[in-house]
Design a protein. Structure first.
Length: 121
């Protein structure tokens, strides 16, 4: 089972309730995907590797940490693999009647990390 909490604090009345709820679900997942900001929010640990180690418990076998324009990192108990972000053209569709516009930016892409993880197994 995979888990991506996609934290949206404005949807919660209490940020600590949000944190505790997510932390209750993480140990039940095999793969967890968090942004670097979510990792610090959940663990209260600023050092990425220490924070990841705190979450790689129980059923959690793989933890993906997305780093925005800096790419993403895949962690297991034995391995750590970092992948750079790819430059992509994003299609932005504003509300009607505006036409679709494009914008270049770096995308955090976990697909290469999944392929690496499959090869490590």
């Amino acid at each position: 089972m995979s888990f991506d909490p996609n934290v949206r604090l404005p949807l919660w009345h209490d940020t600590e309730a949000c944190r505790c709820t997510i932390l209750a679900f993480i140990p039940t997942a095999h793969m967890v995907k968090l942004s670097d900001e979510e990792l610090v929010f959940l663990t209260h640990i600023k050092d990425e590797q220490q924070a990841v180690h705190a979450l790689l418990q129980e059923k959690v076998q793989v933890l993906f940490v997305t780093l925005g324009a800096d790419g993403a990192t895949l962690y297991t108990r034995q391995h750590c693999v970092k992948v750079s972000a790819s430059l992509v053209k994003a299609m932005l569709r504003p509300y009607f009647p505006s036409p679709i516009s494009t914008q270049e930016h770096r995308q955090k892409d976990t697909v290469p990390l999944l392929l690496i993880w499959q090869r490590m197994r």
